[in-house]
Design a protein around this ligand. Structure first.
Ligand code: NDP
Length: 386
């Protein structure tokens, strides 16, 4: 019997849904690289239900009860007196999602004497201090690939909505207007533009694949080159470094993990390398960008638009300047938590829990930290200082 704390975002303001817009979701059995979708022994939810909020509880309530575990589900996570902080001293497992992250700081590790496992229900474990996890021998795992395609779709949506000036045009309709000139004075076609991704991992490559039919000129930079046949198939130009890519692109999308070296990779200096009027889409992590440099670049016209769903901190404070800066297409952190994605990462969370409590190995591709070191996907994505 273990105590498991599950930190999730709040239910909808009108309460947990009684019905849904659709009756189900497509069944995805495997991902583009052949990795199988999560394979828990069983699930106790209907795919397509809201699972990522407190009442949904990632579909884990019955499993926890049947297995005698104490499952504490809460959205209350701000230190020092939150439910998370109160429950932490005797918890063995902490689960949270990047959308509503339980920031697992060194301080919290010091208090969580029994902690053995941290699960990111989703992808991106930068909200956990991975150094501290290594030091305390805590395993960190995430559900690799569960929402990569969800994010790639969001990136394509945001690129098109910025370039075509969709959101301001929609606002005119809501206001009762028919102001075509107002709508189109900032509207362009994507066709023919240079579009580049900073990182071509699961999400970055999926974005390239989805954009190819738009007859754009594709670019990427990454620490490792894609296989030659993939570069050829996509007709994508490789750049040795981000700076080279920034100089030629009209649209840039960021798809790197956040760690020390990538923090603030977009700043006044790198923004100045871009063509005037570049569009920037960031669904990776808010801290990849210098917050105020983005605002300055939008105000000066250096950036024609900025869209994304990732902020720092999360939830973003009411006065966060990205809520009100010009030419923004921001959403809360939603791209990786569609109902479709929730079904996959909830099943993946259950798979990790089943393995952990049965003493079986957790899939290598889900591991971030294990046995005091970066492991699996984590060894590939992150670096520890020293
Ligand atoms: P992957 O691990 O598949 O891809 C990350 C890529 O980034 C790898 O190809 C890696 O290079 C590359 N990379 C790392 N550091 C650099 C660098 N300094 N410069 C250039 N490239 C670099 O992860 P995903 O594509 O699945 O996810 C990427 C990130 O997106 C996650 O870490 C997470 O932060 C974010 N994300 C956001 C979500 C949302 O809801 N908004 C949901 C899911 C993820 P290589 O491996 O070649 O060394």
């Amino acid at each position: 019997m273990a105590k498991i704390i599950c930190v999730l975002y709040d239910d909808p303001v009108d309460g947990y849904p009684k019905t849904y817009a659709r009756d189900g979701i497509p069944v995805i059995k495997s991902y583009p690289d052949g990795q199988t979708a999560p394979t828990p022994q069983k699930i106790d939810f209907k795919p397509g239900e809201l699972l990522g909020s407190v009442s949904g509880a990632l579909g884990l309530k019955k499993w926890a009860k049947d297995n005698g575990h104490q499952l504490v589900v809460t959205s209350d996570k701000e230190p020092p007196n939150s439910t998370l902080d109160r429950e932490l001293p005797d918890a063995e497992v902490v689960i949270s999602q990047p959308f509503w992250p339980a920031y697992m700081t060194a301080d919290r590790f010091d208090k969580a004497k029994k902690l053995k496992l941290i699960i990111t229900a989703g992808i991106g474990s930068d909200h956990t201090d991975l150094e501290a996890a290594s030091k305390h021998g805590v395993t960190v795992a995430e559900v690799t690939y569960s929402n990569s395609i969800s994010v790639a779709e969001h990136v394509v949506m945001m690129i098109l909505s910025l370039v075509r000036n969709y959101i301001p045009s929609h606002d005119w309709v809501r206001k009762g207007g028919w102001n075509i000139a107002d709508c189109v004075e900032r509207a362009y076609d994507l066709e023919g533009m240079n579009v580049g991704t900073v990182a071509a991992g699961r999400i970055g490559t999926a974005v390239l694949r989805r954009l190819k039919p738009f007859d754009v000129k594709l670019h990427y930079t990454d620490r490792h080159r894609l296989p030659a046949n993939v570069e050829k198939e996509l007709g994508v130009t490789f750049h040795e470094n981000m700076e080279s890519l920034l100089k030629v692109c009209d649209v840039v999308t960021l798809n790197t993990p956040l760690y020390k070296e990538t923090e603030h990779m977009i700043n006044d200096k790198t923004l100045a390398l871009m063509k005037r009027g570049t569009y920037l889409v960031n669904t990776a992590r808010g801290k990849l960008c210098d917050r105020d440099a983005i605002v300055r670049a939008l105000k000066s016209g250096q950036l024609a638009g900025y869209a994304g769903d990732v902020w720092y901190p999360q939830p973003a404070p009411k006065d966060h300047p990205w809520r009100t800066m010009p030419h923004e297409g921001m959403t809360p952190h939603t791209s990786g938590t569609t109902l479709s994605a929730q079904a996959r990462y909830s099943a993946g969370t259950r798979e990790i829990l089943e393995c952990f409590f049965a003493g079986k190995p957790i899939r290598e591709e889900y591991l971030i930290v294990q046995g005091g070191h970066l492991a699996g996907a984590g060894a590939h994505s992150y670096k520890l200082a020293g």
